[in-house]
Design a protein around this ligand. Structure first.
Ligand SMILES: [Zn+2]
Length: 234
């Protein structure tokens, strides 16, 4: 047909209809007879499973899998201020999937199950909520967060009447804290450098959060309308 593999259907058309070369190759003759029954009109359109309207990858993906109900804590993990590596760590914690010492002992590893910050058993709930080390940091969150681990697991981190930006900020604060505490715990476990006090870690956490907020266009837009948001930066 004297066409290139990258040619579009439009190259085979002119103002009046099909513009196919008059070769006598049997495949070309078949194609010509097929095309004669098709009247070219308008642009090509992608269709999928009789879906009306434009087809997107998400529509195709959703049609190929069963959708389950989102967990109640989903808005703690994914929101407008989320930092992916902090969110993924938070996601693992909410599912109790980090390799804490209680889990390692359950798996048969010969480990001391005691918390590296105090003398209690290292569990997810202890390390990320009850331990005096993290509690010194969490109480510094500028937005009041729940005093119940179970409420965090239920996705009820803060008062639901708070505006979305402050709710997202609280989620960012907790996710960042969990990430830094887990990193500090691992550093102590593997004796990487001198241990950091909670106050030192809090400084690192605040610095990282300020970096995120100052690079967030959405936060910068909101702060112009709500000056109280500036308090979250300090
Ligand atoms: Zn502890």
């Amino acid at each position: 047909m004297e066409s290139d593999t990258l040619d579009r259907v439009g190259y085979m058309q002119n103002e009046v209809g099909w513009n196919l070369c008059p070769t006598n190759h049997v495949l070309a003759m078949d194609l010509r007879s097929l095309c004669e029954s098709i009247t070219p009109r308008g642009r090509d359109r992608i269709t999928w499973n009789n879906h009306s309207g434009p087809v997107t990858l998400s529509i195709i993906w959703d049609s190929m899998r069963p959708r389950s109900v989102a967990p109640s804590w989903i808005n703690l993990v994914w929101h407008k201020l989320a930092v992916p590596k902090f969110s993924i760590n938070l996601w693992l914690i909410l599912r109790h999937r980090l390799l804490t010492r209680d889990r390692m002992a359950r798996f048969g590893f010969n480990v001391n199950p005691i918390c590296l910050f105090c003398n209690n058993m290292e569990t997810h709930e202890h390390l990320f909520f009850n331990c005096f080390y993290i509690s010194q940091i969490l109480k510094e969150c500028p937005v009041i967060i729940t005093s119940s681990w179970q409420e965090i697991l239920n996705g009820n981190l803060v008062n639901p009447s708070l505006d979305k930006m402050r709710r997202d900020f609280a989620s960012l604060f907790v996710a960042t804290t969990f990430y830094f505490v887990w990193a500090e715990r691992n550093a102590r476990c593997h004796e990487n450098g001198p241990p950091k006090l909670a106050s030192q870690l809090l400084r690192d956490i605040k610095l990282r959060i300020r970096e995120k907020l100052s690079s967030s266009i959405l936060f910068q837009q909101r702060i112009k309308k709500d000056m109280g948001l500036q308090l979250l930066l300090f």
